[in-house]
Design a protein around this ligand. Structure first.
Ligand code: NDP
Length: 243
């Protein structure tokens, strides 16, 4: 794969697993997250040649920072072929009328606005070069609203609509849009959701064999490597024992 792939949220979980599969297949990778040292650890662990990777410390909630990160890419990194909008999180699992405003804002700003900023700054170049692929990481939560999932599920329903809208807007161009929507995946996600409460986080997986980040990354890689005339619009992948 002789392509430049930009992965947000590459410092852990699904983003780090995507880094592995795309690196193993020869892609050049732009990896972004807030925790720069974690990005470095991912690169070291996977023994990725430094000439094949470009790291960016980036908070996708910050529109000016997203614009600057993309407009200041070195020329050899600027022609992005694949954007994987993966950065995202859930905070709290509270009834809406008892929820914390900061949690809502963090989810909406990251999962929706961050994804929009990245897309808005990268897709014009794809259209201009007449090639590209945007892969948004949605969730089963965009299809099913579970108790106390209110705002997180709302953000992922928005990702689903935004993916469909972008696909409509790009009709007539060769730029592809895919939404990959997993069920439960064992990552740092639950710990982040419960603000570091590892005991509560571990309980989430009771009775279910969750997906691994590699399971999701394999599907993302598959979507990215179909022939140019094939667009996989949406994939839902679930643990066998998750309702
Ligand atoms: P992780 O917590 O392991 O990874 C989340 C990644 O997002 C981290 O690399 C984190 O990096 C990054 N991130 C969070 N906020 C920001 C930000 N403001 N700016 C830049 N990067 C950010 O969880 P997952 O791998 O599970 O999550 C990846 C995606 O998958 C998310 O969109 C999530 O909603 C979705 N998903 C997860 C499921 C699950 O069960 N785990 C199920 C369905 C969908 P850093 O903290 O260094 O910034």
């Amino acid at each position: 794969m002789n392509q430049i792939v930009f992965i947000t949220g590459a410092s852990s979980g699904i983003g780090a697993a995507c880094t592995k599969v795309f690196a193993q297949n020869g892609a050049k990778l732009i990896l972004a997250a807030r925790r720069y040292e974690k990005l470095q650890q991912v690169v070291e662990l996977l023994s990725i040649d430094s000439s094949n990777v470009h790291l960016i410390e980036l908070d996708v909630r910050n529109r000016a920072a997203v614009e600057s990160a993309i407009s200041s890419l070195p020329a050899e990194w600027s022609d992005i072929d694949i954007l994987i909008n993966n950065a995202g999180l859930s905070r709290g699992l509270d009834k809406l009328h008892e929820g914390a405003f900061e949690d809502w804002e963090e989810m909406i700003d990251t999962n929706i606005k961050g994804l929009l900023y990245m897309t808005r700054y990268i897709v014009p170049g794809m259209v201009q070069r007449a090639r590209g692929h945007v892969i948004n990481i949605g969730s089963i939560a965009g299809h099913q609203t579970y108790p106390s999932g209110n705002v997180y599920c709302g953000t992922k329903a928005a990702v689903k609509s935004i993916s469909e809208g972008l696909k409509q807007d790009l009709l007539g161009t060769p730029v592809r849009v895919t939404s990959v929507d997993p069920g439960m995946v064992e990552t740092e996600f639950s710990e982040v959701r419960f603000h570091g409460d590892t005991e509560r986080a571990a309980k989430v997986y009771q009775g279910v064999t969750p997906l691994t980040p590699d399971d999701v990354a394999d599907v993302i890689y598959y979507c990215a490597t179909r022939p140019a005339h094939v667009n996989i619009n949406e994939v839902i992948l679930m643990p066998v024992d998750q309702a």
